[in-house]
Write a new protein. Structure first.
Length: 423
């Protein structure tokens, strides 16, 4: 989405003409204000130390504010809240007047309000966006890529809304590969995309692939990604095909569900971590997280380690001998293994902040261990088991735990122990 297309210029002509009196940075936030606050968001009408501060937008990656300086309310009406509409402004004697109507006013009493101010300032807080705010139980077989998609979306959203000046060097270096991944992973996460057994059973909306072609910058970034992950077949496909190639899309989507696709996942996960690590952790600032994290970690460590699991929160594993006959269902195919020697059971707890509550999704995976790569697999995490290996791996969501700010320590401990019993 181009930034100049973010607003309806016909409806907002008066306001857009008014904001040209301010600097480029202020204009950018004022346009976001016009797009996402005017006619949409109820805001508190609080004047503190003669300043009117408005939160314009808050995302996992940033929070943006407008501060109108040295405000004087002209009409004498000062309601507690506003739903601003019909914004406009003018310059009078070196000061500015902002005019609006408040849609929260009682029926029949809606009148124009206004205030005078000396100038406008902006404030932007940048956050570590490497956490989740979505329900992970949707399309559970696609969970690893949902974990990747959300922080990438937050980064791209920050770039579109605020511009490149608000991205660090690492984010700029990875930006095009993130654009490529975001475009194809969102198509993969669609309910219309179904991965069956074998490439011939791959089902998806081909029109969406053709309508959303890769540009040359994304293609070049994809080549760099495949070179880094040692995937010459995909590099060759990206070299030879047109931008909207179905063959290339199918090869990529199939790859990211297989064990070799874990290399792409690891590349993206490491890149997101590097890009976001220098920003403050907004999720750690939320009371539901900061007040209960140690209770969650200590309880689960005690429960698992006392029952002979290895690892520490949020990842645990243990080896066990398989049954004489093991049956795994992976996509649309049933696999049966006889007299395998070792199996690794993995459990992971994935944190999400959903509507101010801490939601912990519990996933359980298993891997039949073979001599090849055995040492590496002994360090596996549960979501590694989503990447199939001829039926030797399987993974599923087994529970979802909701932690609220008002939960006490005993309630949290009880819910965690009950969850362990479901594993």
């Amino acid at each position: 989405m181009g930034y100049n297309n973010m607003v309806d210029t016909t409806k907002s002509y008066d306001f857009l003409r008014f904001i040209k009196f301010f600097g480029e940075k202020e204009q950018r936030i004022l346009k976001i204000f016009n797009k996402y606050v005017i006619d949409k968001a109820v805001i508190p009408y609080k004047i503190r130390s003669k300043d009117f501060r408005i939160e314009v937008m808050s995302t996992p990656a940033f929070s943006a504010y407008l501060i109108f300086k040295n405000v004087l309310i002209e009409d004498g009406r000062h309601p507690k809240e506003l739903l601003l509409s019909n914004p406009s402004g003018e310059v009078i004697d070196g000061k500015y007047r902002f005019k609006f109507t408040n849609l929260l006013a009682r029926e029949g009493t809606v009148r124009e309000g206004s205030f005078i101010f000396d100038g406008v300032e902006t404030a932007v807080d940048l956050w570590n966006y490497n956490f989740n705010m979505v329900d992970l139980t949707q399309t559970p077989d696609k969970l690893p890529w949902r974990l990747i998609c959300e922080p990438i979306e937050s980064l791209i959203h920050k770039h579109v809304m605020l511009g490149a000046d608000y991205l660090n060097d690492c984010e700029m270096n990875h930006y095009e590969v993130f654009r490529f991944l975001y475009k194809y992973i969102t198509l993969y996460l669609s309910d219309e995309t179904v991965i069956g057994f074998g490439k011939s059973n791959l089902r998806y909306n081909s029109r969406m692939v053709i309508k959303r072609p890769l540009d040359f910058r994304m293609i070049n970034a994809a080549k760099t990604l495949f070179d880094e992950c040692d995937m010459p077949d995909l590099t060759e496909l990206s070299n030879g095909d047109e931008q909207g190639s179905l063959q290339f899309f199918e090869a990529f989507i199939w790859l990211i569900t297989q064990k070799d696709g874990k290399a792409v996942y690891d590349y993206a996960s490491r890149a997101i971590d590097k890009c976001s690590r220098d920003y403050p952790n907004i999720n750690h600032l939320l009371p539901v997280y900061s007040e209960h994290y140690n209770t969650i970690k200590n309880t689960l460590n005690t429960v698992f380690l006392s029952r002979h699991w290895e690892g520490s929160y949020p990842h645990y594993r243990k080896k066990e001998r398989p049954k004489f006959i093991e049956t795994f269902n992976v996509y649309e195919r049933k696999y049966t293994y006889i007299n395998e020697k070792e199996k690794m059971i993995c459990v992971s707890f994935i944190e999400s902040i959903v509507e101010g509550e801490l939601v912990i999704t519990v996933i359980k995976g298993s891997i039949l261990l073979r001599h090849k790569n055995r040492e590496q697999l002994l360090k596996a995490k549960a979501f590694d088991c989503f990447f199939t290996d001829g039926g030797k791996r399987t993974c599923k969501i087994v529970d979802s735990i909701t932690i609220r700010s008002d939960n006490n320590q005993e309630d949290i401990q009880d819910s965690l122990v009950r969850s362990y019993k479901r594993i």
